[in-house]
Design a protein around this ligand. Sequence first.
Ligand code: NDP
Ligand code: 8X3
Length: 252
Amino acid sequence: MLKDKTIFITGATAGFGLACVKLFAHNGAKIIACGRRSERLEELKKQLPDSVHEIKLDVGDSVAVKKAIAALPEKFSKVDVLINNAGLALGLSAFDKQEEKDLEQMVKTNIMGVINCTHALLPGMIERNIGHIINLSSIAGTYPYPGGNVYGATKAFVTQFSLNLRADLLGKNIRVTNIEPGMAETEFSIVRFAGDKNKAADIYAGMQPLTANDIAETILWTLCRPKHVNINRVEIMPTQQAFSPFAVSRKN
Ligand code: NDP
Ligand code: 8X3
């Protein structure tokens, strides 16, 4: 289904990104897999030697992003699809209790990472008049929750950036899709709780969360729509997750 497509995936060492690498390679794509953990990237390359070009990359580093993209080998140099997936939440405390370095890291990765990769790859797509940008936002970018403060705001940026890109790209053969998942069991909560696996497991206790593969299959579906069809946004939740009434603080 993806034969002859070259797909640049950030955050390819775990979760949604890793599931995308495997599913898309299986469907015939060439993949540029990015992440900071080089041992995992090497393992991917070993598993999929013909399909994967791996790059150790921090997406928040704009110089490194430009350098890596300029140095792509010929076979992987014409990127058709960018999947801005790398991202993280750090902490679930009220804003005043959050660590400053964690707030900076979320902004750098979730916002600047998306800007850096898009800015570096979009000109090539415009020149070749073909492309598809898939951004990983979240339901946290639309619906507030306690402790979501900066993480949710970074995802609101991603959602609005996706829509604004669509406006800029009208008349060009470049599609933009914003993916907005709810609870999905990946390494996301382990990262959020600084490696505390028990705390992470509690988030998904007694319910069936989305899987990384649910998201990879959703992205594959958006990629495989006919060229004249742009899926603007996909909001996707576990059946066992829904909305609550507004919270109210009452006097006793
Ligand atoms: P994981 O923690 O499983 O994977 C995150 C990936 O991002 C890893 O490959 C990690 O690789 C990479 N990453 C993190 N920081 C950087 C960085 N600075 N530079 C490059 N790569 C980086 O999480 P998910 O797969 O669940 O999350 C993927 C995306 O989906 C994120 O943007 C997240 O916000 C979003 N999302 C997740 C949901 C969930 O419930 N799981 C729901 C909604 C959205 P490495 O550490 O090797 O750099
Ligand atoms: C991740 C989903 O609800 O934990 O973006 O914020 S949630």
